[in-house]
Design a protein around this ligand. Structure first.
Ligand code: HMG
Ligand code: MG
Length: 297
């Protein structure tokens, strides 16, 4: 069993964390959150999505958020893009990385992006080609890797197939989403073992929601396979509006606390991170779902 010495944390709170928040969140508040994450030492932040504003109104100001950031800074700002139209909007803002998303479940893909898995892969092709031509890195997501709110159990072979397809298309890494936080540790390991038959660990990230309180346990179970990239969200905010019953991502504070306790570096200052979590939950008036965040604050 060999744990990695350091792990890359991708904080997705400005995107996944806020996309389903019903109250108005100003662009200034989103940008302030992003700056606080940077101050805490977070090097990879998913800051917005260029999806249809009719589908996800909270992300309608994606261009304003991007325009307020210093894209030449050393922080890796990434944005979600569902189709060529979204990619064009992101390109116009000067992004250096985009994230594309598909799923291992047909019904979820239909609900989330109004197309089949195969059609979503075709749309992704229309993003990856111009992205790579413009020296823009592409990260991939596969949702519903441990279960789907509509289709139930999802075969690990399907997760492995969509993951490998995204890598072959040009994604440098694919993040495996337990979209509705339904997995448990042994299931997570079995799914990951299947994926690793076709895709090496250094190209895999983990994106676990914590709906049933299993996310940290699932991450811990998967760490021994050499995974070196974890998505999380300050204060445990998050959830996909088109995944019935989905709730927050695993909290970045709790992940960082666990990793530091295991001697794994993240480059993140936990006290400053907890302040960022406290800031955004106060701003939007929701409870802080980070256990460590609540202890530190
Ligand atoms: P559609 O309605 O089938 O699209 O939606 P369409 O091509 O027919 O276009 C309809 C209208 O939307 C048109 O406008 C387009 O111009 C516009 P109209 O002519 O009616 O005025 N439109 C856009 N506008 C701005 N930006 C765009 C764009 N595309 C079309 N990019 C579509 C298809 C994919 C657009 C829609 O289904 C969509 O936006 N879905 C995104 C849903 C979403 O954001 N879900 C949450 C993110 S995924 C997630 O959270 C999971 C993840 O965290 C991992 C995990 O947890 O598992 C990543
Ligand atoms: Mg998510």
């Amino acid at each position: 069993m060999a744990y990695p010495t350091s792990i890359r944390i991708v904080d997705v709170s400005p995107r996944d964390g806020l996309q389903n928040v019903k109250q108005e969140v100003s662009t200034e508040t989103k940008v302030a959150l992003i700056h606080q994450l940077e101050t805490a030492g977070v090097k990879d932040i998913e800051v917005a999505s260029f999806v249809s504003p009719k589908w996800v109104p909270q992300m309608a100001d994606a261009s304003d958020v991007l325009n307020a950031l210093d894209l030449k800074s050393s922080t890796n700002f990434t944005v979600l893009t569902p189709n060529a139209q979204g990619f064009e909007r992101a390109l116009a803002c000067g992004v250096k990385e985009v994230a594309v998303f598909s799923a291992a479940s047909e019904s979820f893909t239909k609900k989330n992006t109004n197309c089949s898995i195969d059609e979503s892969l075709k749309r992704i092709e229309d993003i990856i080609r111009p992205a790579l031509d413009n020296n823009i890195r592409v990260r991939g997501y596969v949702s519903c890797v441990l279960g789907c709110p509509y289709d139930g159990d999802i075969p690990a072979e399907k997760v492995a197939y969509v993951t490998k397809t995204l890598i072959d298309m040009g994604c440098y890494e694919v993040s495996l989403g337990d979209t509705i936080g339904i997995g448990t540790p042994l299931k997570a390991k079995q799914m990951l073992e299947e994926v690793l038959k076709q895709t090496p660990a250094h190209q895999i990230g983990l994106h676990f929601h914590d709906t049933r309180g299993q996310a940290l346990a699932n991450l811990y179970a998967c760490l021994e396979y050499g995974i070196a990239s974890i998505d999380s969200s300050v204060a445990g905010l998050g959830g996909c509006p088109y995944a019935k019953g989905a709730s927050g991502n695993v909290s970045t504070e709790d992940v960082v606390y666990m990793l530091h306790g295991m001697g794994i570096e993240t480059g993140i200052n936990l006290e400053l991170l907890a302040k960022a979590g406290q800031y955004i939950t106060h701003q939007i008036g929701v409870s802080n779902n980070s256990r460590i965040g609540n202890v530190l604050n």
